[in-house]
Design a protein around this ligand. Sequence first.
Ligand code: URA
Ligand code: SF4
Length: 215
Amino acid sequence: GYDATPFLPGRRARLPGLWKAAARCRGCPLYRDATRTVFGEGDAGAAVLLLGEQPGDQEDRQGRPFVGPAGKVLTRALADAGLDPAQAYVTNAVKHFKFTVPEGRKRRIHKAPNLREITACRPWLMEELRLVSPEVVVALGASAGKALLGSSFRVTEQRGALLPWPDTVRDGGSVPDVRGLVATIHPSAVLRADDRERAYDGLVADLRVVADVLG
Ligand code: URA
Ligand code: SF4
């Protein structure tokens, strides 16, 4: 099956070592069509780790997470919730951009990663969690939630509350205890919503739960 594990560096690697190793990952077929691996970035001692789905078109071009339209929404929502974007670590459940190019078109259209791809890429996330050791993890949308809570995760049912850190993520103790997990919608869902303002306010309200936990 698909699996990033053979591409992980030794256990003594820090974030820059992970980043370098991930650039060569071929753990699933998504590396083939994407331009590059987009690894997580931010404060290595961050109290909050924000987990998105996968890089988008802009992120694939620039090689950095959340630099496109969804990232702008996220940065504003963090600030409105009283969280400092500079003190967060941002990453994605899947590190390569998955897309289709519709017949006769040029634009690359985002395609959601499937569970096999999310599972294949999880070892990178586990290493990021181990090294950053955040107090709170934020799952942005369904794919992020599935990466942490499994396929039964539903954003609408689980958003906006501090959920216990799931046993499945502890992976034999390699991932340090996190105080909890907060799920919310993906910032790109705000951009697609009929009522953007309402969707945005919901995102901010969920992120305030994180701010409250951190005090
Ligand atoms: N959407 C994501 O989930 N991650 C990014 O990095 C950009 C857009
Ligand atoms: Fe490796 Fe993840 Fe990219 Fe698949 S998506 S090739 S597992 S880094």
